[in-house]
Structures are given as structure tokens and as C-alpha cells.
Design a protein. Sequence first.
Length: 197
Amino acid sequence: MNSTLRDLVEVRAGHPFRGSVPVAADGNAGVIQMRDVSAQGAVAWDALSRTTISQAGKSSDWLQDGDVLFASRGARNYAICLEDVPAQTVCSQYFFVLRGKTDRVLPQYLAWHINSGPCQRYLMSNAEGSDQLSIRRAVLEDMPVALPPLDRQRLLVFLAETASQERRCLEALIKNREQQLDALAHQLLSPDPNRTH
């Protein structure tokens, strides 16, 4: 069964900062910016800048577990599903926030689906801009979404998480081997105090 994104989620823009985020060490809110999200989709919660958000803002503006962030600008338009969101956190205006309005789709599945090849090709073919590519809200909302049953969505999420764990293990092994080789090279180049001339 196929649907469009607008049928499944409410899409809204991130907090409307004018320009860069005004940092306030004692601010009442944390802000997710592009630099706070890794290529693997992890958020560096401890590194978030603090800012002051007017208390007149609606409580629904705060991010919550299960929200999906979509990076709408730049060469890489990725989605991440938020978990363990600290209280009173917002995201910058360079993200769209996707909040489910139906229980027919898992947010983790939706993030995986947006990051999959077919959706990425759809986004690339509809990106606009010369200096910096961006995705308009209407383009994102019109994106086709395959909607399998929930048990199949859970299976796909599990397979994707397993693949991510395997990638992290392999990257750690590669880094470890590179460090071993660097240490060997260092030993070869260091003078041996026991060597006789």
C-alpha cells in the first residue's frame, strides 16, 4: 500500500531563528543544529547549544520522542528519528519536523524509508537552488511512501539497525588496524638506542 507523506505526518518547519542561533548559556532550551547530527543519525545531545525561547511558544513546538527530523538543505537530505529527547528542545530552521498523525506508520520506519535509495532519488530530482540545494515543504509532503503492515515495518527497522551495528563494528576494526599500522610505522622510523653504528 502506498501513500504520500502528507497523509501520514504533519510537516512543520524548525524554530524560526533569524540567522544563526542566539546562544545563551543559561537559556531555557536546547537547539539541534546540523552540526549536532552525525552521518549515522545520532544526535550529540550533550553538545547542543542553549538559547532562550519565548514562553509564549506552544508546548507542541518542543520536540518529542518519535518526531522525525528532516534536513532540508545541503547536499545530503537525511531523516532521523528522535529518541530520549531532553525537555524543551527545538531544532533550527534548516530542519523540517515530521510528527505522526496516524498509527499506521512507525517513525523509525519513516526515517529509514526517507533515507532509502528511491526516496533519496526523488528528493535529488526535486531539489532547488544554485548555491545550496534545498527541499521545499510541498515537495517533501508529496513524497510517495510505501506503507507495509506494521510487523513488516518493524522487521525492516530491525534489519536497518542490525546493518548500522555491523557498520560501526567494521569501522571500529578498520580504525584499530590503522592505529596498529601507524604504531608500527612509528617504531620503524624512531631511532633505536641499542643500534650500533
